[in-house]
Ligand binder design. Structure first.
Ligand SMILES: Cc1cc2nc3c(=O)[nH]c(=O)nc-3n(C[C@H](O)[C@H](O)[C@H](O)COP(=O)(O)OP(=O)(O)OC[C@H]3O[C@@H](n4cnc5c(N)ncnc54)[C@H](O)[C@@H]3O)c2cc1C
Length: 402
């Protein structure tokens, strides 16, 4: 047990109970007793105990990667679903190329799947200098254990300096397992990546403390440096059909593909039906919409413009829109050509999910609403007058064929 009470020393004074932030200690038979389901081994009780009656085993330090200099190149985990490469992979390849120039290294796409040969050229055109391909029917669909086993083996063999992965359902499930197995750090949900010009290490920026600050995280002592990035945060490279690259094919024996879980059926996510991530125009509503029925105004505007409807968390929490429409730190990240924010104040947690949109139109009755700081065009006024007027005007223009 990592923490225990030394019964002979404990007098049941309950100082430890007051010190415990997790309400994990009780007095039973005049002795302290720790509920390990609640305790997070923070050590506050150990410091509070004047009789030194609590023993906390210090966790073993993770040994540093011995030969950091042996690690080279930037890897991008290429995500595929139903044998189709996912757009986030192209976005990461584009970013990886930018970083590779600063490190003078190569960009390697790592692709696990089945029957994907027809998509290899596209990966090279869009930024991969080479591809490591593991082509097996057993990898046709993502499964945690086989994918983790294979990726860990590849990392141990080739030693990449940096590994980037989409912060998608697959990426999140896979890369956290990999990080634990190879004892490397992992920065999830990055919104910015760069290279420290002096130390040549990866600078991983992401919102922290509820999105109130942007934290830049480094992993100087372990390799690979690993980060996940959401879809639509980075820009893909324009395909360059003159680019050439090599394909390294790796083969593993059946033991690498064993899994304790059995894939029974694949059911399409409800969220993907909303298609927010792919929409060119998004009309989003916040608390200013007042009630669920009023979202019909936004649906009408979105329909005329051929767009999708999004929402702030306030609108989702109020039950006016389903969670699959939520945009922001704990919702989706979007980057449409036009984002129209209606009755949304523009708190940082919302902005991180939409501020890379090309044009932002903000409609808000408060001229000091923070959304206006990121807006390309700001309309100060009542959305209940402005939105129907916009819908009417766009309908007229459409009728005239413009
Ligand atoms: C850990 C964490 C994660 C979060 N994740 C997210 C997230 O993913 N997405 C997200 O959106 N938020 C998120 N939030 C919540 C975020 O902090 C804000 O509370 C939320 O974005 C506010 O939503 P809102 O702008 O719709 O509401 P408000 O801040 O209440 O703003 C409503 C706006 O509507 C305007 N308004 C009212 N009536 C009208 C009218 N008739 N015409 C025009 N304008 C009008 C008001 O002037 C006001 O600016 C998160 C918070 C935390 C702590």
């Amino acid at each position: 047990m990592p923490i225990k009470i030394i019964i002979e020393k404990c007098t049941g004074c309950s100082l430890c109970i007051k010190a415990c932030p997790f309400d994990a200690i009780r007095i039973l038979d005049k002795k302290a007793s720790i509920d390990l389901n609640k305790c997070n081994l923070c050590g506050a009780c150990v410091e509070a105990c004047k009789l030194k009656a609590i023993l906390l085993e210090k966790p073993q330090p993770i040994p540093l990667a011995k030969d950091i200099k042996d690690y080279k190149d930037i890897w991008v985990f290429i995500e595929q679903k139903n044998s189709k490469i996912q757009p986030v992979s192209y976005e990461l390849l584009g970013k990886a190329q930018e970083l590779a120039k600063k490190l003078s290294c190569q960009v390697v796409g790592v692709l696990l799947g089945y029957n994907l040969d027809d998509q290899l050229d596209e990966l090279i055109w869009r930024g991969a200098d080479s591809i490591i391909l593991v082509d097996s029917e057993k990898l046709a669909n993502f499964q945690d254990e086989p994918y983790t086993n294979v990726l860990v083996k590849l990392i141990n063999k080739y030693k990449p300096e940096i590994l980037l992965c989409g912060a998608t359902a697959i990426g999140r499930a896979l890369i956290s397992r990999v990080a634990v197995k190879i004892k490397a750090g992992l920065t999830a949900d990055c919104t910015g990546l760069d290279i420290d010009p002096e130390r040549k290490i990866l600078l991983q920026t992401r919102p922290a403390f509820g999105g109130n600050i942007m934290a830049t995280i480094i992993s100087p002592d372990y390799r690979p440096q690993m980060a996940t990035v959401r879809h639509k945060v980075m820009q893909p490279m324009e395909p360059d059909k003159k680019r050439k690259g090599k394909v390294i094919r790796e083969v593993f024996d059946n033991s690498s593909y064993t899994s304790r879980a059995r894939l029974v059926e694949i059911i399409e996510e409800v969220e993907s039906l909303v298609n927010l991530a792919e929409a060119d125009i998004i009309v989003s509503g916040g608390r200013g919409m007042g009630r669920a029925e009023n979202f019909r105004l936004l649906e009408e505007l979105a329909r005329v413009l051929g767009g999708a409807v999004g929402a702030s968390r306030a609108a989702v929490d109020a039950g006016w829109m389903p969670y699959s429409h939520q945009i922001g730190q704990t919702g989706r990240t979007v980057s449409p050509k036009i984002y129209i924010a209606c009755g949304i104040s523009g708190q940082i947690q919302h902005l991180v999910g939409m501020q890379s949109s090309k044009i932002i139109v903000a409609i808000n009755k408060d001229p000091f609403a923070p959304i206006f700081k990121v807006a390309t065009y700001g309309i100060v006024g009542d959305l209940f007058q402005i939105v129907p007027a916009l819908t009417k005007r766009f309908k007229e223009l459409k009728a005239k064929g413009r």
